[in-house]
Design a protein around this ligand. Structure first.
Ligand SMILES: Nc1ncnc2c1ncn2[C@@H]1O[C@H](COP(=O)(O)OP(=O)(O)OP(=O)(O)O)[C@@H](O)[C@H]1O
Length: 249
């Protein structure tokens, strides 16, 4: 049986009278890219924030690597968080730092004992992985939107997380650059053996990167499965509408 790296059961989350998650069940399997789709405001980011511990659920269970996150002591929780890389929508590079310094930052902050040569090795490896070795001494302002996304992904990858969370990785990019980022997401899965959740509104990104798709509808996952299964054989008008309004290759 395939190993589950994240196991979510009956998760609920409300903000006052706003019931955002109403009993979410979802599993992430080792080595897969799982795409999470859903209309704006359906709670995709809330779900991801619960997974990384930025928010706490009201009810339900969240296990990461078999450990119930809520019952972990804070030291253990910190260790677990290091295994999860969160690639933000706005890659949030530090504008006053070079690419090298941006990549060094998470290492210095999170890895207590690291030698200069180990640091250099890691920086060069991730830059090579994202195809931007030549940008090492550039400032973020000198990079294109797609290059900034790549460096953002490199900065997350440098800690070698076992789980990657991508929040709208192709938002705001032209279709060609979107294609490059989609390829990179698949390359990261294969090269770093990551298990990933990809949040997107972009169905081309979903189709290209997703081993499985999960559609969040009214606080629960309405459909989970392979792309064809979810979008071509659905009888749910909400999922059909989602498909019809997207451009698909
Ligand atoms: N900290 C918070 N306090 C109160 N309400 C919140 C909070 N975080 C999220 N919400 C609400 O929860 C709902 C879901 O928000 P969320 O950001 O998860 O949506 P989303 O599906 O990621 O949307 P989008 O696709 O537009 O990013 C929204 O109505 C939002 O206003």
């Amino acid at each position: 049986m395939r190993e589950k790296v994240i196991e979510i059961k009956g998760l609920t989350k409300s903000f006052g009278d706003l019931h955002v998650l109403k009993g979410v069940d979802l599993d992430l399997y080792k080595g897969e890219n799982l795409v999470v789709l859903g209309k704006s405001g359906t709670g995709k980011s809330v779900l991801i924030k619960i997974v990384v511990g930025l928010l706490t659920q009201d009810e339900g269970s969240l296990k990461v690597f078999g450990q119930e996150v809520n019952s972990l002591p804070s030291k253990e929780l910190d260790k677990l968080r290091l295994k999860i890389g969160f690639s933000f929508q706005h890659s949030a590079l530090y504008d006053s730092m070079t690419v090298r310094e941006n990549l060094e930052f998470p290492l210095v902050r999170n890895v207590k004992t690291i030698t200069e040569s180990e640091k250099e090795k890691k920086i060069h490896r991730v830059l090579e992985s994202v195809g931007l070795s030549q940008a090492i001494d550039q400032m973020p302002s000198e990079l294109s939107g797609g290059q900034k996304k790549r460096i953002g992904i490199a900065r997350t990858l440098i800690l070698e997380p076992e789980i990657m969370l991508y929040d709208e990785p192709t938002a705001g990019l032209d279709p060609i650059t979107c294609g490059d980022i989609n390829d990179l997401i698949n390359q990261v899965r294969d090269e770093y053996k990551t298990s990933s959740i990809v949040i997107t509104h972009d169905l081309t990104c979903a189709k290209v990167t997703g081993d499985r798709q999960a559609v969040l509808l009214d606080g629960k996952f309405g459909a989970v499965g392979e792309f064809e299964e979810v979008f071509h054989y659905t009888s749910d008008d909400r999922i059909k509408a989602f498909y019809d309004y997207n451009f698909i290759n």
